[in-house]
Write a protein that binds this ligand. Sequence first.
Ligand SMILES: [Zn+2]
Length: 362
Amino acid sequence: MYLNVTEIESAITNLNVAHPETTQLIEPPHATHEGRTTQVLRVGTRAADEADGILALGGLHAREWVPPDALVSLAADLLEAHAGGTGLRYGGTAFTAAQIATLLDTVNLFFFPCANPDGRAHSQTVAGNWRKNRRPAPPGLGGPSCVGVDLNRNFDFLWDHTAKFAADSDVHTSADPCDPQQYRGPAVASEPETRNVVWVLDTFPRIRWHVDVHSAVPVILHSWGDDQNQSTKSADNFTNPALDTVRGRRNDGIGEFITTHDLDTAVRLAQRMHDAIFGVRSFDYGVEQAYGLYPTSGASDDYAFSRHVVEPDDTKLFAFTIECGTSQQPTFGEAENVIREVSAGLVAFALGAHDITDGTHP
Ligand SMILES: [Zn+2]
């Protein structure tokens, strides 16, 4: 059975109680519109400021039921394996006890499994296909679809798409509060759930990697999401207002800047996840640039990777979106297979993150 939002939070609390030496319970400060709070569980043997971190985020989209369960399950697996001195096996992908010990000693995993609890509760009890959070409808707009904001369009990255993208760019977001899927919100980072994610990144500057787990394509997406990548013109980037009327078009010779080194790093990190996922049951997730699906605005992955460009003193965060599985609400038996895939991918990612990112890996 899928976890409900109460069960997710109690699972996090229980893991902290059972493993006080290897976890830290973190409560982001902003309550949701319906008054819920959410928790982050840091897993690692070293303090938050003593090791580099990975943020594993889930549940931004309410109807995608597998990612929160996957992140809770993986946190429990890692802690139990570490405490018992055992390895972990997910189908055909296996990790030794020594690898699990190394993982917990060298990185901190920040599990934020259920970033949108109001939306998940609504999806699990009222409207299965609900995607947004539960911001009340604006005054005078009463329809049920006028409730809520698409949290993965609310982050501070080219948020104002009508000003920042070409009119014919097909950017997937909306300024209409009654858009049932992709309303961007009344202001940038207007939502408490969005600000909680930002708070985690602000509060823990040693987080260097951001993995936002969604469903379902399946694919692993790397930067950028707003336009096709290019590595030749550094001035052609998201901060450049000269591109505001042309941004997002396909094959127009104008793209979002990423250095060849960063692109190579991002692809290799994504490939590491891909290979471990493939090992589970030979299911072949794609690896592609986020723009490959369609141009996006205000997404968490682009926001995370953009932070160091906006504030050069900020940590450079390599950022990814996993679109896991092929169904948003598969039978729980199939969900368990997808949970194995996500778990294998994230463990392999965590084990390879330093070597690949810092260039010590051949
Ligand atoms: Zn999603």
